[in-house]
Design a protein around this ligand. Structure first.
Ligand code: S3P
Length: 427
């Protein structure tokens, strides 16, 4: 296994920014709720800021009171208006998919939703097809199943959908479409994907009826009152420093106030099974979400088999878990993770290519990759493929191994984790 060069000489405290998934959703729920809402702990990253700007173009008014704190005024869903120009969601799959769902269910709205070159390569048929089956008018402008998407909002019909993919973005797109059109939806998924949208409905006093842990029903009409949201800090962002703290030597690291939603904590399950020492302290519930503090100790990590059922709950953490694998006895292997190819980059290709650049022998599969125990790496140039998590994962590796990696474009980090490099510098 790689030997770390990082010795943490005093107990560190790392404050990570607000949760990206929840930040996007707060904007959409504010738009649905007539009146004045407040958001605190909002992620000031490019992705959710694009969603906020998009809804401002639809008639939402917002005022920033302090970093991460906003007062938002919505005219109510029936009074949102068509934007004058294209809505740009930047790099954010969550922003475009959830917003496309919501707008599809609002009669009279016409909009074109688009994003950057990475977003324009990502699959959209997964939401276009079920939204059309609900009676929605949404199409891929170039007919290639990708963004830009043209939406003509209409009154949708009650729908039952059994999704072939465990995806919170598909699930939430259909939920927001149903909330916009005041129709019922019965939704089933093959494994539990993150359930923040469902939690927010409950937090706002709405009813969700669970037919089984993977199947639920919501029923309109929906009337949400404006609310005050406290966004927990993002466990996915915390996972970069979680791995740094586990693989380093020396003193423990505290990461306070992170979201510990059960559908997101696979990264903790995996790292603990790898022999990582992580204590959860001060667990509590805020805004319908479980939150707690993580105390992380340097640990001797070992390879484990990661089973298929865990994949949806670690999907965003696989790049950084791979870096943990470099510092683990036995190496690393991930399978059943074909969805990685549909992220901000094809993360299977991105990880395999960059690891090979560093001289590591990696086996690539359609649904994952594997490498044996690693004892040394070469320096090299890292291609981020416009993907923030690839940039951060290899920055953590560079710090732990004390190697100089030239990473092509670290500005992608600002989509989800502004301030990442300042924190990294403190170690
Ligand atoms: C997200 C869902 C996940 C995740 C993404 C954020 C969300 O994608 O990878 O970063 O906020 O709903 P899936 O749609 O694959 O679940």
């Amino acid at each position: 296994m790689l030997q770390t060069k990082l010795n943490i000489s005093r107990k560190m405290t790392v404050s990570v920014p607000g949760d990206k998934s929840i930040s996007h959703r707060t904007v959409l729920f504010c738009a649905l709720s007539e009146g004045t809402s407040e958001i605190h702990g909002f992620l000031e990253g490019e992705d959710p800021k694009h969603t906020l700007s998009a809804f401002a173009a639809l008639g939402l008014q917002y005022e920033q009171k302090a970093p991460g704190s906003y007062r938002i005024q919505s005219p109510g869903k029936k009074n949102l208006r068509s934007p004058k120009s294209e809505l740009d969601f930047g790099n954010a799959g969550t922003g475009i998919r959830l917003s496309a769902g919501l707008l599809s269910g609002l009669p009279g709205i016409q909009a074109v939703l688009t994003g950057d070159a990475s977003l324009q390569k990502r699959p959209m048929a997964r939401i276009i097809d079920p939204i059309r089956a609900m009676g929605g008018q949404i199409r891929s402008v170039h007919g290639n199943g990708q963004a830009p998407l043209e939406v003509k909002g209409s009154q949708l019909q009650a729908y039952t959908y059994k999704s072939p993919i465990a995806s919170a973005q598909i699930k939430s797109a259909l939920v927001f479409a149903s909330l916009a059109s005041d129709i019922s939806l019965e939704y089933e998924e093959p494994e539990l994907s993150r359930d923040h949208t469902e939690n927010m409905i409950s937090f706002l006093g709405g009813k969700i009826e669970y037919r089984s842990p993977l199947r639920f029903r919501i029923e309109g009409p929906y009337k949400f009152s404006s609310a005050a949201y406290q966004v927990p800090r993002d466990l996915s962002s915390a996972s970069f420093f979680l791995v740094l703290a586990l693989c380093a030597k020396g003193e423990p690291t505290l990461i306070p106030n992170v979201g510990l939603n059960p559908s997101r904590i696979g990264v903790l399950t995996v790292l603990k099974r790898m022999n990582g020492k992580i204590e959860i302290q001060n667990q509590r519930k805020e805004c319908g979400e479980i939150v707690g503090d993580l105390l992380v100790y340097p640990s001797h990590l070992q390879k484990i088999e990661i089973e298929e059922a865990l994949i949806p709950s670690i999907i965003d953490e696989i790049p950084i878990l791979t870096i943990a694998g470099l510092f683990s006895e036995g190496g690393f292997s991930i399978r059943h993770a074909k969805e990685l190819r549909a992220k901000e980059s094809d993360r299977i290709h991105a990880m395999v290519k960059n690891l090979q650049t560093l001289g590591i022998t990696v086996e690539e599969y359609e649904d994952g990759y594997a490498f044996g125990e690693v004892s040394q790496i070469k320096t090299g140039s890292i291609d981020t493929f416009m993907d923030h998590r690839i940039a951060m994962s290899f920055s953590i590796l560079a710090k732990l191994a004390d190697v100089n990696l030239s990473i092509d474009d670290v500005s992608w980090v600002d989509t989800s984790f502004p301030g990442f490099f300042q924190i990294l510098k403190e170690f």
